[in-house]
Ligand binder design. Structure first.
Ligand code: GLU
Length: 500
């Protein structure tokens, strides 16, 4: 049987980073098993619909380099892939449930339901359900004569269709991550399957589609675990029990300090991105994203894949292809995972390093151009190679290397005070002289000179780069070249520091 997985977002807003991990695991499994990854837009809750959310999701997938095998853009044998375009289809499947006595009409107004819940709350029921007990007091197809039900429908009275959850039955299913899960139906609500506008709810549409799209593995966040017994009942009542997908509920991503589910609030608090890409449209604004912060898609893949899955080896750095090859459902973790942004940065660093000098130089030149600096590929490569260990994001190449193109304009007076020794001035003069005398300008020669006067290093770095930290000083001098080196030391000495 071909593996069919799906990512089924409700287009109600931006895609949270946790959902990106869900996408990734689905995609990895599909790729690994030579199966199909389906994107299905679950837009049946028209009240919560955000018009540009779908475009946001599609663009995020594009950035991640994930192309669905089937979806609203690609089409496919099980389309359409937007639930709003499948409404007629769900109606076909509700009738057999009504006929089989597994679903029923309910005419209760919101106020009547509220009264029922209040009554149960007063009797100390914490989460008052609409269930086998309470449904008896309500106005529905189970308490009303059949003719009256038909009359009310014909008269246009608003109704919903509910699932008739059996009383006190133990539902057992084997979750791919948690093993056997048992749920007593007494804890479940008679979920609404069809709303008063005759649109299906998530539960109903999702089960029908998972079946019709021949989904073999439902991989989703742990928050959907409580809904699974409802889905299992639906599979059973629709006659599909023997074709049920495997359910795999992923453990939560936790806040960096381990307290509770990761949320946008934590992202703000700790200052890291919560979304894949930024976005700006009249109905959706997304800031603080991984793409705009300078994360490479493959670094994000690597980071997210290892938040809840492990390869069973010590390997940490994976290419996209490497992840596909190594992935297996058996190695998904059971417990929640803390979101550690320092680790994400480390992965980014490693993946940028792997890209090599040509990519680095391109990052560098792109940024340089923005400041009207022209720089050859060769020069950019040399600078990038020098600063590469100081890089977390692509822009850092330019930030770390831009001093090669701009003479320092001011110096940290406090630091100079601290580092300035009586002999510093003479040493700087002597150093300059010895550089002048050098027959060849190379790292080796410069190193020899600098070794004889180690005390001037901090001041020298300040004079040459304007900063206190930077790449290897000898190599910096070598790359800066004779002319700039002399010019900058002279400027520094003229700038009031010669007599400091
Ligand atoms: N539409 C649901 C969501 O918003 C899908 C849940 C599922 O994967 O079944 O996440």
């Amino acid at each position: 049987m071909t593996v069919h997985v799906r990512f089924a977002p409700s287009p109600t807003g931006a895609l949270h980073i946790g959902s990106v991990r869900t996408i990734l695991y689905n995609y990895l499994l599909a790729q690994k098993a030579d199966g199909r990854f389906i994107l299905r837009v679950e837009d049946t809750d028209q009240k919560r619909l955000v018009a540009s959310a779908e475009a946001y999701i599609l663009e995020s997938l594009r950035w991640l380099g994930i192309v669905p095998d089937e979806g609203p853009e690609q089409g496919g044998p099980f389309g359409p892939y937007r639930q709003s375009e499948r409404i007629a289809l769900y109606r076909q499947y509700i009738q057999p449930l009504l006929d089989g006595g597994h679903a029923y009409y309910a005419f209760d107004t919101p106020e009547e339901i509220e009264t029922m819940r209040e009554r149960l709350k007063a009797a100390k029921v914490d989460h008052p359900p609409y269930n086998a007990i309470s449904r008896e007091w309500m106005r529905n197809g189970l308490t009303m004569p059949a003719e009256q039900v038909q009359e009310w429908i014909a008269a246009g009275k608003p109704y919903v269709i509910r699932l008739k959850v059996p009383h006190k039955e133990l539902i057992r299913f084997k979750d791919g991550v948690r093993g056997w899960v048992k749920v007593d139906t007494a804890t479940l609500d008679d979920k609404v399957l069809m709303k008063s506008d005759s649109w299906p709810t998530y539960h109903f549409a999702s089960v029908v589609d998972d079946h019709l799209m021949q989904i073999t593995h439902v991989i989703r966040g742990e928050e959907w675990l409580p809904s699974t017994p409802i889905h299992i009942l639906l599979y059973r009542y629709l006659g599909w029990a023997d074709q049920m997908p495997q359910f795999i509920h992923l453990p939560l991503l936790l806040a960096p300090n381990g307290t509770g589910k990761l949320s946008k609030r934590h992202a703000d608090q700790y200052g890291f991105p919560a979304f894949p890409i930024t976005w700006s449209s009249p109905d959706l604004t997304v800031e603080k994203s991984f793409r705009e912060a300078g994360y490479l898609p493959e670094a994000l893949w690597n980071f997210l894949a290892l938040l809840g899955w492990n390869p069973g080896t010590h390997q940490e750095i994976f290419t996209k292809q490497g992840l596909i090859e190594a992935f297996s459902l058996e190695r998904l973790g059971k417990s929640g995972v803390k979101f550690d942004i320092a680790k994400a940065k480390w992965f980014n660093q490693q993946h940028i390093k792997k890209q090599g000098p040509t990519a680095w130089a391109n990052y560098f030149i792109t940024e340089a151009t923005k400041e009207n600096i022209t720089c050859s590929q060769q020069e950019a490569m040399a600078i990038c190679n020098l600063v590469k260990d100081r890089i977390t994001f692509p822009n850092d190449f330019w930030q770390e290397g831009r001093f090669f193109f701009f003479d320092p304009v001011d110096y940290d007076a406090e630091l100079i005070q601290k580092k300035w020794k009586q002999q510093t001035k003479e040493e700087l003069v002597a150093f300059t002289q010895r550089l002048t005398d050098l027959a060849t300008w190379d790292v080796h020669a410069i190193k020899e000179v600098l070794q004889t006067m180690p005390g001037i290093r901090p001041v020298l770095r300040m004079a040459l780069t304007g900063g206190v930290a930077g790449p290897d000083l000898t190599e910096t001098i070598a790359l800066l070249g004779r002319a700039k080196t002399h010019k900058r030391i002279e400027a520094f000495m003229l700038n009031g520091y010669r007599d400091a």
